[in-house]
Design a protein around this ligand. Structure first.
Ligand SMILES: Cc1cc2nc3c(=O)[nH]c(=O)nc-3n(C[C@H](O)[C@H](O)[C@H](O)COP(=O)(O)O)c2cc1C
Length: 200
């Protein structure tokens, strides 16, 4: 269930937006018996709490995150233009952090979407705690046969690193499993700035 919605109405509070999700979910839950996965916006302030509310209302899975397509400006014609940009691996950092944070706090499946372009990208999401990883942009760029490259690369990495199953590594780098859980929470601003090297 993908609620693709930009909260541009100044009369809506953050809670109003969350209520909208909860009400749609409640109606769908009432109408069907199938498992429901809710694809979330990254623009929710109290996400850890809200994720629990969605599960309480009957969500069987959460998918992180909806990737809102941002319009561009055409300055010659003074128009706002839609312009589909495919993702890059760097974009996976936001859902990666949140899957790691939510994994130990919500009792539902977690799906990861955005920025999977290599087998390592998929592995990171699995280790954060995703049950499912999804990819679109790289298949549009490289064709559906690229799935074979992703799956083979994943298998090779697992063999080289002596993992016997996906289950064994799933969630091994979640919030509660990493040596320094606070590194997923704090802004780490000074450290990040100090890590910058131009043209490394
Ligand atoms: C052409 C195109 C069509 C898409 N259609 C849908 C859709 O119908 N429903 C949906 O939930 N996501 C849709 N998405 C979003 C993808 O499922 C995915 O969440 C997003 O592209 C981020 O993953 P990626 O980095 O692998 O591209 C679409 C993406 C693209 C590029």
């Amino acid at each position: 269930m993908n609620i693709y919605y930009v909260a541009a109405d100044p009369n809506l509070t953050g809670r109003d937006v969350e209520q909208r999700y909860l009400e749609v979910l409640k109606s769908v839950r009432k109408a069907i018996g199938l498992p429901i996965a809710v694809k979330l916006s990254p623009f929710i302030s109290g996400l850890a709490h809200f994720a629990g509310e969605l599960v309480d209302q009957g969500a069987d899975g959460l998918v992180l995150f909806n990737r809102f397509y941002q319009p561009d400006f055409d300055l010659e014609n003074l128009e706002v233009v839609p312009n589909l940009q495919l993702s890059t691996s760097e974009e996976m950092r936001l859902p990666l952090r949140w899957i790691a944070i939510l994994r130990d706090h919500v009792a539902c499946s977690l799906g990861a979407t955005t920025g999977i372009h290599t087998p390592i990208d998929a592995l990171k999401y699995l280790m954060a705690g995703a049950d499912v990883t999804m990819t679109t942009s790289t298949l549009l760029r490289n064709g559906p046969e690229y799935l074979r490259v992703l799956v083979d690369g994943l298998k090779t990495w697992m063999e080289e690193n002596e993992y016997e199953s996906v289950q064994q590594m799933k969630g091994s780098m979640s919030h509660q499993k990493v040596a320094d859980p606070a590194s997923l929470e704090r802004a780490n601003y000074m450290k990040v700035l100090q890590s910058f090297r131009e043209n490394p």
